[in-house]
Design a protein around this ligand. Structure first.
Ligand code: AMP
Ligand code: GLY
Length: 424
């Protein structure tokens, strides 16, 4: 079959790498892709957000199956339009994508169906928001309702910071229309984990847990990024916790979505806070995490394309999905200055040598070709991914590969996986 993957990050490179291995995949395209993706797929110059452009290409090339990486085209209704044109797609409908596209929708759904999460209030007016903060009488988190490229969340230490956050979002309109409404949440202490499940509308199959490292510097310090590294599975989610997450969070959420008339298809990504043996939802995302997708793809043993197709066809019950028992890790290499200002265009060498280390795959997150050379073309540039028997083993391998890469203008965190390693 002819498959099209939408997106251009490390997540999409990992998806393309896994899909290309399927005997079912006869031709693979990526829109727009990157220099690493170009090794396994034909890249077409259409932006991921260009819903109509992608639809037109999928129709004219007679694509059989479209796998959507990022949230923007999902929230923009790409899957609805493709299905209307008779093209199968992996990802939720526009209405179901509101689970990520609107925090108020997500929180109201959880409240209605008793899915464990932080207490909250939703406000479209700054004074009412501030009254609620006074009433909460404790640490709060202030969030812009709409999509704000992962930046619309302000964790506040006291009332004054919370008031300033309201002014920043609602009066200064720092995130534009995403700040028409704000959500004020109780601060949840604990350890953060990501949990992923494949969903076909009614059936959910767990993909398992991962832990991201959002802060830019070692020891989880400095500003937040899209994610500087991840590993999977994580020891916080043992067999009992895994069961609890499926039973109290994933299953009730897909039942709730179906009951509300928006059956969920695709991957459900739950951001969780775990404290005292109890998981609570921080947020849902309607796509794979990036970089978490790299470690999930590295760990999946069975045919990824068949698993994704089973979601689109409502046939997950019959799918045979198996996982490697090993731990996978991804260390993100970013351009100097990220997540602030960074330069593009610096040359990266020795990628083939690093990628030849056994159990290592180098996924490209933001690269392009300049002649025959690979150059940096984004903030997060590479996802150095490894498989090992333990977290430490995977970590040693990932950093061996990082050290083999020659890129003086990039950096990475040297402590990915530290929580799991310190636990032992
Ligand atoms: P979100 O985009 O909603 O996941 O928020 C971004 C980050 O802010 C999360 O990954 C958490 O580290 C933190 N955060 C968000 N909401 C809360 C909360 N209610 N309690 C504690 N931390 C939070
Ligand atoms: N790595 C976190 C995310 O993709 O949202």
């Amino acid at each position: 079959m002819k498959v099209l993957v939408v997106g251009s990050g490390g997540r999409e490179h990992a998806l393309c790498w896994a899909i290309a291995k399927s005997p079912k995949c006869k031709k693979l395209y990526a829109a727009p892709g990157n220099a690493g993706i170009a090794e396994v797929a034909e890249c077409v110059k259409i932006k991921a957000e260009d819903v109509d452009g992608i639809l037109k290409f999928a129709k004219s090339e007679k694509i059989d199956f479209v796998v959507v990486g990022p949230e923007a085209p999902l929230v923009g209704g790409l899957v609805d339009k493709l299905e209307k044109a008779g093209i199968k797609a992996f990802g939720p409908s526009k209405k179901a994508a509101r689970l990520e596209g609107s925090k108020a929708f997500m929180k109201d759904l959880m409240a209605k169906y008793n899915i464990p999460t932080a207490d909250y209030g939703v406000f479209d007016e700054p004074d009412a928001a501030k009254d609620y903060i006074i009433k909460m009488d404790g640490r709060v988190v202030v969030k812009a309702d709409g999509l704000a490229a992962g930046k619309g969340v302000i964790v506040c230490h006291n009332k004054n910071e919370a008031f300033a956050a309201i002014d920043h979002i609602m009066i200064e309109r720092a995130f534009g229309a995403a700040g028409d409404e704000v959500l004020i949440e109780e601060f949840m202490p604990g350890e953060e984990v990501s949990f992923f499940a494949l969903v076909d509308g009614t059936t959910a199959v767990a993909m398992g847990s991962a832990q991201d490292h959002k802060a830019v510097h070692e020891g989880d310090t400095g500003p937040n990024t899209g994610g500087m590294g991840a590993y999977s599975p994580t020891p916080v989610v043992d067999a009992a916790m895994h069961k609890k997450i499926m039973k109290t969070i994933i299953q009730p959420t897909i039942e709730a979505m179906a009951a509300e008339g928006y059956p969920y298809k695709g991957v459900l990504f739950a951001g969780l806070m775990v404290a005292n043996g109890q998981p609570r939802v921080l947020e849902f995302n309607v796509r794979f995490g990036d970089p978490e997708c790299q470690v999930l793809m590295a760990r999946m043993n069975s045919d990824v394309l068949e698993a994704l197709l089973a979601c689109a066809k409502g046939k997950l019950k019959d799918a045979k999905i198996t996982w490697k028992r090993s731990t996978a890790m991804v260390v993100v290499m970013a351009a100097d200055g990220y997540p602030g200002h960074y330069a593009k265009g610096s040359q990266i060498n020795n990628l083939a040598e690093a990628g030849a280390i056994e159990g290592v795959e180098i996924f490209h997150a933001g690269t392009k070709f300049k002649g025959k050379k690979v150059v940096a073309n984004g903030g997060r540039v590479l996802g150095v991914t490894s498989i090992g028997k333990t977290v430490k083993d995977a970590q040693d391998k990932a950093y061996e590969a990082v050290d083999a890469i020659e890129w003086p203008d990039g950096f990475c965190r040297r402590d990915i996986g530290w929580r799991a390693i310190e636990r032992k």
